[in-house]
Design a protein around this ligand. Sequence first.
Ligand SMILES: Cc1ncc(COP(=O)(O)O)c(C=O)c1O
Length: 402
Amino acid sequence: MPMKTADVQAAYAKYVFGNYTRAPIAIVRGEGSYVWDADGKRYLDLLPGLGVNGLGHSPPRVAAAINKQTASMLHIHNNYLWEQQPLLAKALVERLTGMNGAKAFFCNSGTEASEAAIKLARLYGKQRTPQKWKFISIANGFHGRTYAALSATGQQNLQKGFEPLLPGFSYVPLNDIAALEQAFDAETAGFMAEPVQGEGGIFICSADYLNAARALCDKHGALLMYDEVQCGLGRTGDYFAYQTLQAPAPDVIWLAKVLGGGFPIGAMLAREEIARLMVPGTHGSTFGGNPLACAAALAVMETIEQDNLLPHVRDMARHLARGLEALRATHAAKITEIRQVGLMVGIELTFPAKPILARCLAQGLMVNVTHDTTVRLLPAMTVRATELDDGLAIISRVLEEF
Ligand SMILES: Cc1ncc(COP(=O)(O)O)c(C=O)c1O
């Protein structure tokens, strides 16, 4: 017998850190864009796994690959070889554009991938000159919560209480080329950008901005670094968001979330002459890229390819754009802006959006609110048009109550 929701909630309160806001709903099953709670209520999930379940809940190929892998080997450490890791590296680097000869490093999360990228850029910078050690990132961005990743995260409210942060990190406003030119100097080792800010509320780097960043990095011998943990691997309609934005190729790029389809894995990809600086002893991860994680991620790559998910994402994005336009027209006094790239959406409201969440849940819809006034949607890449319509209809009904 599963525990009653109230008992699960009480057990959390007694035994688990309170560092997350948790809705009082115990989830027991997920399939595609839906999950079911312990009382059998079904929810349409338009933010599955906060971007992790990009293939929907319980993707069958991924589940089968994990099951198959468990029969032969769960884990072996990185001092030996197993075929799944280079196969996954090949599947990822072959889909990059403009980064010939790139190689992959594997870890377990987005934050770890950010850390790895920052360490790699320091190695690269210091190899050129010992004074090349600083990073520029974009205000309102998000790169994770460990110390270097948090130092790169240009949001004071997330850093508060954890000071002093690491030295050498500065922030620039998004899409302000003049400010970027000012920020660069001979000590800059790297410029970090999410091509599409996720946690920040779906703010998009312009191609002009990233072209300017590329030129400045080249001029100052710094690395152009893209954090595609949230926007990468298909969500924008291409394998990488920088491809959708027609932005220049980076020197280093990193992924996590959707990569494992629900299994924890992160990856950093870098041009060969940079990747080669990570020699034995410089960096590592006990679990990073283990056979189980790589089997899951290989099945994710296979699913995106074999189910033609990228054209599907582009179709669904067009469908969603029409629905969002209608939503905006109906609620013109309450919606100030809608930002969308592929299946990443930020709906900007004129009022604090948190109360919307509980009303959506009551009507069987899961979405998320970020930065107080932004309702964020990251539907699965497998989402159907009718599911998007149903979700927008619920949001519209809920907005009428405000
Ligand atoms: C762009 C970006 N980078 C890094 C992270 C951190 O990833 P994780 O929570 O897997 O450590 C996130 C998480 O939301 C993210 O959106």
